[in-house]
Design a protein around this ligand. Structure first.
Ligand code: 5RP
Length: 231
């Protein structure tokens, strides 16, 4: 908990008066939203967009002003399930990947916040969440399976987990993903796939929290002019 909180609080220092801010989802983003709420209660003026209904509820409780539509944003702070050395990330463990990706793509800066257990050499230790349309889900999953995994339909209380967008999530254990760029293209070619948890070339900054409460910061090296686009 201390590691997540430390990373989150460091990230919130980058938020300035008047900014428009994307609010991530998950237990690490929770600490960032709490810290943003504290600054708002001290007089900071921002406008925010939530990446999930859970985040929206928390932001409202904390008095953070929310926009009712997605616009171009200054900065987004969000967690991740894995991040590699190029700041490519895997997200969607909380099932919010689609809104998270839309918000990240609309942001001039994406800051990822993680504890140090999330830093990996190659993505893929965590099963890749893929958001799929419920209609034809079985066929869609068998098409995804041909790319080299065994998709498992995510369930909650014995029923398919339904995202905030009314879709299902297939958790796809690919193992080490050697060519994430190739995989994301192949996934997006499957009609029933809405989106997937690979966030490649999107993060600008990674803040890593450690159990001691210390943080380390990594910046993305190359500036990618196709940020947010996948083709
Ligand atoms: C939700 C996400 C989360 O950011 C990711 O799962 C990390 O969550 P946590 O901070 O709870 O470990 O992508 O869809």
């Amino acid at each position: 908990m201390e590691a997540k909180r430390a990373a989150a609080e460091e990230a919130v220092k980058f938020i300035r008066e008047g900014m428009s801010v994307g609010l991530g989802t998950g237990s690490t983003a929770y600490w960032a939203i709490r810290a943003i709420g504290a600054r708002v209660s001290e007089g900071l003026h921002i406008q925010a967009v939530a990446t999930s209904e859970a985040t929206e509820r928390l932001a409202r409780e904390l008095g953070i002003p929310l926009l009712d539509r997605l616009i171009g944003l200054d900065v987004t702070i969000d967690g991740a399930d894995e991040v590699d050395g190029r700041l490519n990330a895997m997200k969607g463990g909380g099932g919010a990947l689609l809104r998270e990706k839309l918000v990240a793509a609309a942001s001039r800066k994406l800051i990822l916040i993680v504890d140090d257990s999330k830093c990996v050499d190659r993505l893929g230790g965590f099963p890749l969440p893929v958001e799929i349309v419920p209609f034809g889900a079985e066929l869609t999953m068998s098409q995804i399976g041909r790319l080299g995994c065994h998709p498992v339909l995510r369930e909650m209380e014995g029923r398919p987990f339904v995202t905030d967008n009314g879709n299902f999530i297939a958790d796809c254990a690919f193992g080490r993903i050697e060519q994430p760029e190739e995989l994301q293209l192949r996934l997006k070619r499957i009609t029933g796939v809405v989106d997937h948890g690979l966030f490649l070339g999107m993060a600008d900054k990674l803040i890593i929290g450690h159990a001691s409460g210390a943080v380390s910061v990594r910046e993305r090296e190359e500036k990618d002019t196709t940020k947010g686009r996948e083709i």
